[in-house]
Design a protein around this ligand. Structure first.
Ligand SMILES: [Zn+2]
Ligand SMILES: [Zn+2]
Length: 346
């Protein structure tokens, strides 16, 4: 076992504090990663505060991880010591259900093993990326191209693939009108990726305060959802709406913006149920869907796509003692656009 520094939530209501945790011995198929950077995802905050259900404490979160391989198990074939790698939202899956066999481990029918708060194969609770090291089965480790700036790469492992997967699945590309709802950590990546795919991108944000950024990231249009005229002007307009907001919205109002066979896909995860009128779905044969992260193959595809198109998240690098302040700033949308922890400060 390896004892490593980390930052953990001691309870649902207390600030995160420094602790040490144990990482398992490097097994035959395992890779030991020295974590350099860990992104702060909104899910981390929901999770440690118990908003998505009760969890065991102390809990280390973080599922946007990049670092270097420092040791490999005897049967590891995909990675070598020194290589730049990443770990995202899952570290294992059952590998035998129909979804796993189809290469979609994120939809494992027995539930994929999350990078944090999940029961690992050895019975321990998984601990996430706000730590200096992690041991992961090589099948759940990604290659991070060196051309992506190191400190900016981490948020690709959740925010990047969470937006890339539905954009690819619902065919964002030339001739398609794509709206991105919300201009936060997920939203700004959705704009960059959809624009790089060739779609005509529109941002739907509460206000116009981030308009300049949105247009710089590749959006062609930018509308404030606080202005009721937005919803009449854009009626029956979009092929695809990616909703990144993790608070309740008037879903019917957004669905009406879809043209024939358009789809609205939720990647934000509000804890509340969202009411939808079926009559809104009847019009234009609309689809209301959800999408959960992406498979390991899609995550690699996304990393290679971002390297090829020169796309990276916009980040603000912080030290470990700023994590609690960063949480408050995420909750008040005061971040452009993703906090990344320098794990050398843990
Ligand atoms: Zn996340
Ligand atoms: Zn499975």
């Amino acid at each position: 076992m390896l004892t490593v520094n980390a930052y953990a939530a001691p309870s649902a209501t207390e600030p995160l504090v420094p602790i040490t945790i144990e990482r398992r011995d490097v097994g035959a198929k395992d890779v030991l990663i020295a974590i350099r950077y860990a992104g702060i995802c909104h899910s981390d905050i929901h999770t440690v505060r118990g908003e998505w259900g009760e969890i065991a404490y102390p809990q280390v979160v973080g599922h946007e991880i990049v670092g270097e391989v420092t040791e490999v198990g005897s049967e590891v074939t995909k990675f070598a010591v020194g290589q730049r790698v990443g770990v995202g939202c899952m570290v294992n899956s059952c590998r035998e259900c129909e979804n796993c066999l189809a290469g979609m481990e994120n939809y494992c029918l027995k539930g994929n093993t999350g990078t944090y708060t999940a029961v690992d194969r050895d019975g321990t609770i998984t601990q996430g990326g706000y730590s200096t090291h992690i041991v992961v089965d090589e099948d759940f480790v990604l290659r991070v191209p060196e051309s992506i700036p190191y400190a900016d790469a981490a948020p690709l492992l959740c925010a990047g693939v969470t937006t890339y997967s539905p954009l690819a699945h619902w065919n964002a590309g030339p001739g398609r009108r794509v709206a991105v709802v919300g201009m936060g950590g997920l939203g700004h990546m959705a704009v960059k990726i959809a624009a790089a795919m060739g779609a005509e991108v529109t941002v739907l944000s509460q206000t116009l305060s981030k308009q300049e950024d949105g247009l710089a990231f590749g959006a062609e249009h930018y509308f404030a959802t606080s202005d009721p005229a937005t919803f009449s002007e854009l009626r029956n307009h979009f092929d695809l709406i990616i909703n990144t907001v993790s608070a309740p919205l008037d879903i019917d109002a957004y669905l009406r913006l879809l043209r024939l066979d358009g789809a609205m896909v939720n990647v934000g995860a509000p804890p509340q149920a969202l009411p939808v009128h079926v009559f809104t779905l009847f019009g234009n044969r609309r689809t209301f869907a959800g999408s959960s992260i992406g498979s390991i193959a899609e995550t690699q595809e996304m990393l290679d796509f971002c390297a090829e198109h020169g796309i990276a998240p916009e980040t603000e690098l912080i030290s470990a003692d700023q994590i609690n302040d960063a949480y408050e700033r995420v909750l008040s949308s005061d971040v452009r656009y993703r906090f990344v922890i320098d794990t050398a400060t843990l």
